[in-house]
Design a protein around this ligand. Structure first.
Ligand SMILES: NC(=O)c1ccc[n+]([C@@H]2O[C@H](COP(=O)([O-])OP(=O)(O)OC[C@H]3O[C@@H](n4cnc5c(N)ncnc54)[C@H](O)[C@@H]3O)[C@@H](O)[C@H]2O)c1
Length: 403
C-alpha cells in the first residue's frame, strides 16, 4: 500500500529548511495550516527536528515545533525528490562571501542544478536568502534554459535571529517579481504569514535587502566610532550618549557601542561593495571600524598594562549577540585570538553556547585578572563585579560603558 505521506502533495518545500532562517519559516507556515516539506542536507539537523528539539535557540520555536509535529503537516527529507511534490519551493540556503569578499556565486549555480531535475512544471520558486543583485534573474534564466516552466520571485528574509516567529507576522513582506503572475503567487503564499506586502521588481527587492542590512551595520559602525572618539578624548561615553539621546527623538536610533558581528551584516555590506563600481567606501569604512573593535580593546589593555603577558583575561559571552547560541562570525572569537597573540591567557565562557573550548563562568570569574564582555547576555547584568577590572563597551553589566 502506498504511503500517503510520501505521495501526497505539499504546499511548499523549504530548501535549507533546517537553518536559522529556514526552520522558523517552515514552522510558521506549518503552524498556519500549510503542508510543508523541509529539505535540508544536514541529517543531524533533521534528526533533531524530528525528535522535537530545535537545533539552535529561537524564541518560541520549540513550543511551535511541539505543536506542528503531531499534525503531520511537517515533513523532513535530505533528498531532493520532495521538491517534485510541491507547488512552491522557497530557497533559504546560506550565501557567504568568498575569499575575495565577493558573493559566492557557486551557491546558486549548485542550487539550480539541485532544483531543476525535480521541480514541477508550473511551480513557484522563491529565493529568500540574501543575494547578490541579479541572482534571481540568473536563477529564472537558468531554470528556463533547462526547460523548466516556473514562476520565480525574490522575497527576502528580514527577521532578526531569535525574534523570527513574531517578526514573520509583524514585518511587511517584500515581494520582488518581474512578472505579475509570479508576484501574485508569492504574495498569496506569504499572506499566510504577513498582513502587509510591498511589491517591487526582483532587483529592487535584492537591493532593498542589502540596503537594510548595510544600514544597520553602518549605524553600529558610527556608534563604535563615536565611542572611540569619546574614549580618546578621555570622557565618559555613557554621559555623552545620554546627552545625545535623552528626550531627543532625532538621535533615538543611535545604538550603543558593541561588537557588530554575526553571519549577515558584514557579508551583506561586502556583497554591496562588490556590486558597486567604486567598492562602496562608506561600507568599507564601516567594516574597518566594526571589525577593528576587538583590536581597539586589546590595544587599550596593552597601553594600560604595558603587556598582557602573565595576565589572564576572561571573555564573558562568545555568541555574536545577546541571548543567542549562534557563534557564526562572532567577534568574541577574534578578540580571543588577538588577546592570545598579545600574550594573555584567555578563558572564555557563554551560558548559551556548547563548545568544548569554553569553561564555566565561575572559573572565569575566579581566575581572570581582567574581564571583557563579548556578548551582552542578560546573565551578566546581575554579576557582582565591584573592584574588578572590567571592559564592557556594551554596558551589559549596567555600570556604564567601560574600557
Ligand atoms: N539567520 C538569520 O537570522 C537570517 C536573517 C535574514 C536573512 N538571512 C539569510 O538567509 C540565508 C540563510 O541563512 P541562515 O542563517 O539560515 O543559514 P544556515 O546556515 O543557518 O542555514 C542554511 C541551511 O541550509 C542547509 N543547506 C545548505 N546547502 C543546502 C543545499 N544545497 N540543499 C539543502 N539544504 C542546504 C544547511 O544544512 C542549513 O541547515 C542567508 O542568505 C542569510 O543571509 C538569515
Amino acid at each position: 500500500m502506498a504511503d500517503d505521506r510520501v505521495t501526497a502533495g505539499l504546499d511548499l518545500v523549504v530548501l535549507g529548511g533546517g537553518g536559522h532562517a529556514g526552520l522558523p519559516l517552515s514552522l510558521a507556515f506549518a503552524d498556519a495550516g500549510l503542508r510543508v516539506g523541509i529539505y535540508d542536507i544536514h541529517q543531524p539537523t533533521l534528526d533533531a527536528i524530528a525528535a522535537g528539539r530545535m537545533p539552535f535557540l529561537e524564541g518560541g520555536a520549540e513550543e511551535m515545533l511541539a505543536r506542528v509535529l503531531p499534525t503531520g503537516r511537517l515533513e523532513l527529507s535530505a533528498e531532493p525528490d520532495m521538491l517534485g511534490r510541491a507547488d512552491a519551493v522557497i530557497v533559504v540556503i546560506g550565501t557567504p562571501v568568498d575569499e575575495f569578499l565577493g558573493p559566492s556565486t557557486r551557491v546558486f549555480e549548485r542550487a539550480v542544478d539541485q532544483i531543476a531535475p525535480h521541480i514541477r512544471h508550473g511551480a513557484l520558486v522563491v529565493l529568500r536568502s540574501t543575494v547578490y543583485p541579479g541572482t534571481t534573474a540568473y536563477v529564472a534564466q537558468e531554470l528556463e534554459r533547462r526547460g523548466r516552466r516556473v514562476d520565480v520571485a525574490f522575497c527576502p528574509e528580514r527577521i532578526a535571529e531569535g525574534h523570527a516567529l513574531e517578526e514573520l507576522h509583524t514585518l511587511p513582506e517584500v515581494i520582488g517579481a518581474d512578472a505579475p503572475g509570479a508576484g501574485d503567487r508569492a504574495e498569496a503564499l506569504f499572506r499566510h504569514l504577513a498582513s502587509k506586502t510591498i511589491r517591487t521588481s526582483t532587483k529592487e527587492a535584492e537591493l532593498a535587502k542589502l540596503f537594510t542590512n548595510t544600514w544597520r551595520y553602518m549605524k553600529f559602525a558610527i556608534a563604535n566610532q563615536f565611542f572611540a572618539i569619546a574614549d580618546q578624548a578621555g570622557v565618559d561615553y555613557t554621559n555623552v550618549l545620554r546627552a545625545v539621546k535623552e528626550d531627543y527623538p532625532r538621535a533615538a536610533d543611535l545604538p550603543g557601542p558593541g561588537f557588530a558581528a554575526g553571519p549577515c551584516l558584514f557579508k551583506d555590506t561586502m556583497q554591496l561593495a562588490a556590486f558597486t563600481s567604486d567598492h562602496f567606501p562608506m561600507g568599507q569604512a564601516a567594516m574597518q571600524i566594526n571589525e577593528g573593535m576587538p583590536a581597539y580593546i586589546v590595544s587599550a589593555l596593552e597601553r594600560r598594562h604595558g603587556t598582557l603577558r602573565g595576565k589572564t583575561v576572561g571573555i564573558l559571552g562568545m555568541a555574536f549577540k545577546a541571548e543567542s547560541d549562534d557563534i557564526r562570525a562572532s567577534l568574541s572569537f577574534k578578540l580571543r585570538k588577538l588577546l592570545g597573540w598579545a600574550g594573555a591567557t584567555v578563558l572564555a565562557t557563554d551560558p548559551h553556547v556548547t563548545d568544548e573550548r569554553l569553561v564555566p563562568l565561575d572559573r572565569v570569574l575566579a581566575e581572570s585578572d581582567i574581564l571583557v564582555v563579548g556578548a551582552p547576555h542578560r546573565a551578566y547584568r546581575s554579576l557582582d563585579l565591584a573592584g574588578r577590572e572590567v571592559v564592557d563597551i556594551w554596558n551589559a553589566t549596567g555600570a556604564g560603558v567601560r574600557l
